[in-house]
Design a protein around this ligand. Structure first.
Ligand code: CP
Length: 318
């Protein structure tokens, strides 16, 4: 049972980034997500709450998981497809949301290719009337708050703490909003971060969070291995890419898996490139938490949505 103080600490106007979250709020969100996962009663809201999921980049997990979370919380979800929307007639993101807000939508879950797209939606001047909670479902190569928090929940379920855990983030660091979110929050929570994969994807940006180490030098030391998808769609100039060569040099092969610590876990935000980041037969191996991450995502997103509903006073207990 959360203390009243924590309920107050989990009232948020928007959920845009993990950068402003303090450790007690992260723990509170994990507690709340675990409560929902254990079958705890969902809050009853005194009025219908209408939400929209606006995914301007492709998604399977995040989109469907937010929709599931909304349904479990009893929200009404308004369909929105960017491909058939008036965005294609040149309507801005702000004006699109203003339209949805005007017809009664009070929560928007948004994924967009532009880093920090949300600034134009939340830093309003006094002539602007937009009054809705924005939940960031991924902004370019910036942040992926819900993936980060479901990752924290999954690690916490395994180890019960973060302090001193050795965590390697391996792969396409340059393009990864998951890496940028996870490294920051894991460091704040007391984990030791290492980076691996092709060294040209490691840059000075990552130095304050952890060092680069070759995968064969860290594999038997890590408690958590976070594998990142190679994001070809974000590469400006695609160099000749050999999936087999990547897998052999940087990927989690069956041989490397055998060297991992007994209690270690593997995570991957998905979608997985089988045979590239990891061997196909390891996707559902005992150390893999891929399915657990996706399952936890629904409950963490319920906790995040609830925090914004409470922060904006939309719910009001019946
Ligand atoms: N993890 C993740 O963001 O997956 P999707 O792109 O399928 O939502």
């Amino acid at each position: 049972m959360m203390m009243l103080n924590m309920q107050e600490r989990l009232k948020l106007q928007h959920f845009l980034t993990i950068k402003k979250l303090e450790n007690d709020q992260v723990e509170g969100l994990i507690d709340r997500a675990e409560y929902f996962k254990a079958g705890g009663a969902v809050p009853e809201f005194s009025q219908p709450i209408y939400a929209v999921n606006m995914f301007f980049e492709n998604s399977t997990r995040t989109h469907c998981s937010f929709e599931m979370a909304e349904k479990k919380l009893g929200l009404q979800t308004i369909p929105f497809d960017p491909a058939t929307s008036s965005v294609n007639k040149g309507e801005t993101l702000y004006d699109t949301l203003l339209s949805l807000n005007s017809i009664g939508v009070s929560l928007a879950v948004v994924r967009h290719s532009k880093n920090e797209y949300y600034n134009e939606l939340v830093n309003l001047d006094n002539t602007q009337k937009l009054d809705m909670g924005i939940i960031n479902a991924g902004d370019g190569s910036g942040q992926h708050p819900s993936q980060c928090l479901l990752d924290m929940m999954t690690i916490h379920e395994q180890f019960g703490h973060f302090k001193g855990l050795k965590v390697a983030i391996v792969g396409d660091l340059t393009n990864s909003r998951v890496a940028r979110s996870d490294m920051r929050l894991l460091k704040q929570l007391g984990a030791e971060i290492y980076f691996s994969g092709p060294e040209y994807w490691y840059s000075s940006e990552f130095e304050e969070f952890g060092n680069y180490v070759k995968v064969d030098e860290l594999i038997d030391q890590m408690d958590v291995l976070i594998l990142l998808r190679v994001q070809h769609e974000r590469h400006q100039q695609e160099v000749t890419f050999s999936p087999a060569a990547y897998h052999s040099e940087y990927g989690l092969t069956v041989e490397r898996y055998a060297k991992m610590k007994e209690n270690a876990i593997i995570m991957h935000p998905g979608p997985i490139n089988r045979g590239v980041e990891l061997a196909s037969e390891l996707v559902e191996a005992p150390k893999s938490r891929f399915s657990t991450q996706m399952k936890n995502g629904v409950f963490m997103r319920m906790a995040m949505i609830e925090a914004v509903i409470n922060g904006r006073g939309l719910g009001g207990k019946k």
